[in-house]
Design a protein around this ligand. Structure first.
Ligand SMILES: Cc1cc2nc3c(=O)[nH]c(=O)nc-3n(C[C@H](O)[C@H](O)[C@H](O)COP(=O)(O)OP(=O)(O)OC[C@H]3O[C@@H](n4cnc5c(N)ncnc54)[C@H](O)[C@@H]3O)c2cc1C
Length: 480
């Protein structure tokens, strides 16, 4: 088809205008551009987003509609299997080019291949790029042609690869002039209505490309200096909280990396902090490369020895964990932060995940599913890879015998109990010495703080030492 034919850009986990190679390709040569988002919950194997992520998606699409319309570009919304929706819209506008950025999941990659084949069979040009990662999957390999099996080997190998500079927002975008029918965001019902449980999310977050950039700028000023040490403290805000923006592609890892490098080069932050932060971006890469290689990490143990693991079924204990009523203040604070705000600090994610898989001996998939439903940053790579890492079944995972002590973690990383006091207000008046272990407080201290154990706040659901012994016995049984 001639180059003046319209271009369709199919947006997915890249809800932004800047550093969006698919959008840049579509805009090249001055073609009229139409943008499409497909809510595909029907193609085989596609995992529908959870509740908190649906809320984010609605906000992000709403903002993107406004941003694109400023450039005269319509964002068409369609629901259903992607192959059908993309094919239909491409035909309706007479697209000569369809551009999209690749996704790593096995089911998504299959859909993308099918869509590309269909479009090519109709003699439409298809342009595919990598926009969600610093390095396209398959480019960080050992000599044997496999992804490195440890994070440090992966990181070392990745650092030898070039990273492309981020692209600007296309300077010239011409919208497709015809009118296209689409669906409305409201008709998708992504946001909760009855009951509207999203008040805490609205208070904590603004989904949009502009908000992502503001968050990055604020982090570089306030969080990056001191990040290497401060990142472990849930009571301090030394982390970027960019994860949901990265998840939905409102900002790209290349943009984030470039801004942080620029800050360090200009003396706005110590190099050590910038390096540590960049290493965290590489943990994200590690998870995504694993997802692209393995495809099924949310369901399958990466280490098959864990297929024999004697997980317990205890629905009452699972509920107590989900609701933040385990009797361990740091664990409960984390799960309540998640419930209220759709996000949890990384250190606390590790502690609560370890508590479920090791103290309560429950299958990591139950925790992964809960996070999938409640996190605004619920991510198809980071979530299962991190759960498997904590449970011990993952790639280069924490060894199963390393069992976090929730009291010691609290005392070390929330030393004044400020985080616990914020999310577990019924303990707020306890002194620092017992805030992470209220069951050790004497009757007078508890009474003075208005705490009645077992009534206003639960007694520990399980004794730490006993839980540790049980977990180690369970691990041994898989090794017989
Ligand atoms: C059990 C468990 C589940 C998790 N589930 C998710 C998830 O669904 N989505 C998600 O994005 N992250 C997940 N993480 C990783 C990590 O907790 C979050 O990325 C981080 O807390 C997000 O906060 P931030 O943006 O302030 O991080 P920062 O410290 O500011 O880091 C910047 C970015 O680097 C990446 N990153 C940081 N730490 C990690 C890590 N340990 N692994 C992979 N990438 C990392 C994230 O993209 C993050 O936004 C999980 C971790 C655990 C232990």
């Amino acid at each position: 088809m001639p180059s003046h034919t319209p271009a369709l850009v199919w947006l997915r986990d890249d809800l932004r205008l800047a550093d969006n190679p698919a959008l840049t390709r579509a805009a090249e040569d001055g073609r009229p551009v139409c943008a499409l988002y497909v809510l595909d919950e029907d193609s085989p194997g596609i995992r529908p987003p959870g509740g908190a992520a649906r809320w984010w998606l609605a906000g992000s699409l709403r903002a993107l509609q406004v941003d694109l319309s400023r450039h005269g570009v319509q964002l068409v919304l369609r629901r259903g299997p992607a192959a059908r929706a993309v094919g239909e819209v491409a035909a309706q506008i007479g697209a000569g080019l369809v551009a999209f950025n690749d996704r790593a999941g096995a089911a998504e990659a299959k859909v993308d291949r099918k869509v590309a084949e269909l479009l090519r069979s109709e003699e439409r040009e298809v342009a595919r790029d990598c926009a969600h990662l610093l390095h396209p999957p398959g480019t960080v390999m050992t000599a044997a042609g496999r992804m490195p099996r440890t994070f440090s080997a992966f990181h070392r190998a990745a650092l030898k690869q070039p990273v492309a500079a981020p692209l600007p927002t296309p300077a010239r975008l011409t919208g497709f002039a015809g009118t296209l029918s689409g669906e409305t965001l409201e008709s998708w019902g992504l946001e909760p209505r009855r009951p509207d449980w999203a008040g805490g999310l609205r208070e904590a977050w603004t989904p949009s490309e502009a908000a992502a950039r503001e968050r990055l700028a604020a982090f570089i000023e306030d969080g990056l200096p001191g990040y290497a040490v401060g990142r472990d403290r849930p009571d301090l805000l030394h982390v970027s909280r960019l994860s949901p923006h990265l998840r939905f592609g409102e900002i790209s890892p290349r943009q984030v990396r470039a801004a942080v490098r620029h800050a360090a080069a200009g003396g706005a932050a110590p190099q050590r902090d910038a390096d540590k932060f960049e290493a965290e971006l590489y943990w994200r890469e590690f998870s995504y490369h694993l997802l692209a290689e393995d495809g099924d990490i949310a369901r399958r143990n990466i280490q098959e020895a864990f297929d024999q693991f004697p997980w317990r079924e205890a629905p009452g204990e699972l509920k107590a964990w989900q609701r933040g009523r385990t009797g361990y203040p740091l664990v409960d604070a984390g799960l309540r932060q998640l419930w209220q705000t759709g996000w949890m600090h990384n250190r606390v994610r590790m502690v609560v995940a370890s508590f479920l898989a090791k103290h309560l001996l429950m299958d990591w998939r139950l925790g992964e599913a809960w996070f999938w439903d409640t996190l605004v940053d619920a991510d198809p790579a980071n979530n299962p890879a991190s759960w498997q890492w904590v449970a011990g079944s993952g790639l280069d995972a924490a060894p199963y015998f390393r069992i976090f002590n929730p009291v010691m973690q609290g005392e070390k990383f929330d030393p004044d109990g400020a985080y616990v006091r914020r999310y577990v207000p019924e303990l707020a008046k306890l002194p620092n010495a017992v805030i992470h272990k209220p069951w050790t407080a004497d009757a007078g201290t508890l009474a003075a703080a208005g705490v009645r154990l077992g009534i206003t706040y639960p007694k520990p659901i399980i004794d730490h030492a006993a839980a540790r012994e049980r977990a180690l016995r369970a691990l041994k049984s898989t090794k017989k």
